[in-house]
Design a protein around this ligand. Structure first.
Ligand code: PLP
Length: 398
């Protein structure tokens, strides 16, 4: 009897991805994450990083992490409810609660673990989750893992959300949305979302991953941007983007945080993050409070970059640090990013399944510490690369 190749489905899957220009590889860097990175011995201008405030390499944050390493060692040795809670974990939680103006907060091992844990903890059989169609994958997975029914509403369309809530007539439920959408960089209609959740007595949950440190006058995020402090029930975020560390968090009432501490599986059944990471994140929160001008500098840079792109004939605007540059065809997006790489620019092509098929784009992410000259040069190189990709065949990546 001939035996089937038990690996065949993997080989076929990967082959299909290669044929459709959807095969993924990683670019290995030999430097810290900052405005410039080292790749294969070449110095590149980084235009794709979520380290919007350039905190990964800040000497004050590194000093805090170094001190924690000396005092507490490398690992936490257990989950938060066993041996894995140090003073540095609780100090970070206090700092996050203060920063977001909430009674309490809880730190998770990643933003992904936070979303995929919180939603099943809060929503069960009988409740309904209303989720924006462009929400992050971690929210989508959280919805799948919850026993609740999930209803997807049109992107940032509060009339569609309200119509679907009325159709369902649900007594228990939650509306969840990214604060800043991770690929398009646009901002949730928070006034609309809060109005609808209050009207129908639903919980509201906002993911602040790309909003914290970026929007609102002092970088406090979506609520500050709309002058609506304290209006969201469940304020979730990550430490891994503007704050330059790692981990996820949720801020809210004492009741919410006690409940999540007792019920969220991704919090309970996982070894907690290292004290080093906690110290880095806590120092980053303080640095953001001490130097809110970094947020206005980031805003100026985004506006300047969009202006430079527009002058090159590429329509661009963004209220956040993410500037989407639409390309369309996957192969073309790859050609553009490969050419830019050769010319010294790190700018990733974003393809399906992160965005829709045929909706490939370059996702430019701006930092507060980019210079005006760097951004102007990048805008020109991007425009030239797009024009070249329309006529030129594929070139070899570095
Ligand atoms: C909107 C959003 N939420 C959650 C996450 C997950 O956060 P983390 O990278 O900390 O797991 C990300 C990014 O990765 C994100 O973009």
């Amino acid at each position: 009897m001939s035996r089937q190749d038990k690996w065949a489905f993997m080989k076929e899957d990967l082959e299909k991805r290669r044929q459709r220009e959807l095969y993924r590889t990683m670019k290995v860097l030999d430097s810290s994450q900052s405005t410039h990175v080292l790749y294969h011995g070449k110095r590149l201008l980084m235009l794709a990083s979520n380290a919007y405030l350039d905190f990964c390499n800040d000497p004050r944050i590194k000093a805090a992490a170094g001190k924690a390493l000396e005092g507490y060692g490398t690992g936490s040795g257990g989950s938060r409810l066993t041996t894995g809670t140090t003073r540095l974990h609780t100090e970070l939680e206090a700092a996050l609660a203060r920063f977001k103006g909430r009674e309490a907060s809880l730190v998770f091992n990643s933003g992904f673990a936070a979303n995929s844990g919180i939603l099943p903890a809060v929503c069960r059989k009988g409740s309904v989750i209303f989720s924006d169609e462009l929400n992050h994958a971690s929210i989508i997975d959280g919805c799948r893992m919850a026993g609740a029914e999930t209803v997807i509403y049109r992107h940032n369309d509060m009339a569609d959300l309200e119509r679907r809530i009325r159709e369902k007539g649900c007594p228990m439920g939650l509306v969840v949305s990214d604060g800043v959408f991770s690929m398009d960089g646009d901002i949730v209609d928070l006034p609309g979302l809060v109005r609808v959740t209050q009207k129908y007595n639903l919980l509201s949950m906002i993911d602040e991953a790309h909003a914290t440190g970026v929007i609102g006058k002092t970088g406090k995020g979506t609520e500050e941007y709309f002058h609506m402090q304290g209006k969201v029930d469940i304020l979730m975020g990550t430490l891994s983007k503007a704050l330059g560390a790692e981990g996820g968090y949720v801020c809210g009432s004492e009741l919410l945080i006690s409940y999540l501490r007792n019920t969220t599986r991704s919090f309970i059944f996982s070894t907690s993050l290292s004290p080093v990471t906690m110290a880095a994140a806590a120092r980053a929160v303080r640095l953001l409070e001490e130097e809110p001008q970094r947020v206005s500098r980031l805003r100026e840079n985004v506006n300047w970059f969009c202006q430079c792109l527009s002058e090159q004939g590429i329509a661009a605007e963004s209220p956040s640090a993410i500037v989407p540059i639409r390309i369309g065809e996957e192969a073309k997006a790859l050609r553009v990013s490969e050419r830019l790489l050769k010319q010294g620019y790190f700018l990733s092509a974003i393809r399906y399944p992160t965005v829709k098929k045929g909706g490939a784009m370059l996702r430019a992410a701006i930092m507060a510490t980019h210079t005006k000259e760097e951004l102007a040069g990048a805008a020109q190189a991007i425009a030239e690369a797009i024009r070249a990709a329309e006529t030129q065949p594929k070139i070899d990546a570095l």
